[in-house]
Write a protein that binds this ligand. Structure first.
Ligand code: SF4
Ligand code: SF4
Length: 292
């Protein structure tokens, strides 16, 4: 990591909906302008070097930024948003004369750290949903297969809360690359993605008492309406969204487990109760079995 100057951050968009960028733009603590123009961590200034949605240049001038990065011999943090299409030689996603897979491998090869932001970049997400005609996959899986040994940290969510990105970036800026002990089995920082939604849900008492909502808008646990909270590791109940105003379950909508590696296939149909045998491990099987 450079000791002086600003650490460049390159935000590369692959197969996605730009929702993760939109979520970051909604950041309030710190606000986007502070995030991009000031310092996430005092004494560790960053500079957004490339972001196709936010930057002024387009076409050749923008491409020159990307093409120069690998040659500049300066470390940078690569952020990837969106899944990587791999079917048909990667032809479903192309940036200028290279596929998104080729671009990602080239950019990751020279990066100090790679942050796969959003469930699409982390694990494939919605673009990889069955039958996945474009062969969309997560960044880590594509880099491993391509023999690129870049350190990847996943920041999933559909979209991720801006705080999860900021906290992960702050970790990398202050402590460097996370070790295996810092990451959970899904490649997320344990310190950020801590706790099962179901264990921290304000409706947990309703679940225990067997008070289930049968229709939207009713009080009670949302398990029968398809809530996948017993299956989802995320800090949504205490971070909440839109500046801490609300979150899915508080707004009477079931959790979709949008941060999990097998979202969306394993948690579909969205509004159908997840069966005990489809839950991930013993704990979750027990939790799901209790309400059936
Ligand atoms: S099933 Fe969903 S709504 Fe019910 S307690 Fe668990 S997380 Fe909360
Ligand atoms: S509550 Fe569930 S669906 Fe909503 S953002 Fe959190 S993990 Fe995703």
């Amino acid at each position: 990591m450079p000791q002086g100057g600003r650490l460049p951050v390159v935000w590369f968009q692959a197969a996605g909906c730009t929702g993760c960028s939109m979520s970051l733009m909604n950041a309030q603590y710190p606000h986007l302008t502070h995030l991009l123009l000031d310092e996430v961590v005092p004494g560790k200034p960053i500079a957004l070097a490339f972001h196709a949605t936010l930057m002024g240049p387009t076409g050749e001038p923008a491409l020159r930024v990307v093409n120069r990065l690998g040659q500049a011999n300066q470390p940078y943090v690569l952020v990837v948003e969106g899944a990587i299409p791999t079917a048909s030689g990667g032809s479903f996603g192309v940036m200028a004369d290279h596929t998104l897979a080729e671009r990602t491998e080239a950019l990751a090869g020279s990066a100090f750290a790679v942050l796969a932001v959003g469930t699409c970049a982390a694990y494939g997400g919605i673009p990889s949903g069955s039958p996945n005609p474009t062969g969309a996959r997560g960044v880590g899986s594509v880099l491993r297969e391509g023999g690129v040994s870049a350190p990847v940290v996943n920041v999933p969510g559909c979209p991720p809360h801006p705080r999860w990105f900021v906290e992960t970036l702050a970790f990398v800026l202050t402590r460097g690359l996370p070790t295996a002990e810092d990451l959970d089995s899904a490649g997320r920082l344990k310190g950020v993605f801590r706790g099962l939604i179901h264990e921290n849900c304000p409706r947990r008492a309703d679940f225990e008492a067997g008070r289930f909502a049968r229709n939207f808008g009713e009080e009670g646990c949302l398990y029968e309406l398809g809530c996948k909270g017993p299956y989802a590791e995320a800090p949504c109940p205490w971070h909440r969204w839109n500046g801490g105003v609300n979150w899915c379950i508080q707004a009477n909508h079931p959790c979709l487990a949008c941060c999990e590696p097998d979202f969306p296939d394993r948690v579909s149909p969205i509004f159908q109760k997840i069966e005990a045998e489809r839950a991930k491990d013993t704990l979750r099987s027990e939790l799901c079995a209790r309400s059936s």
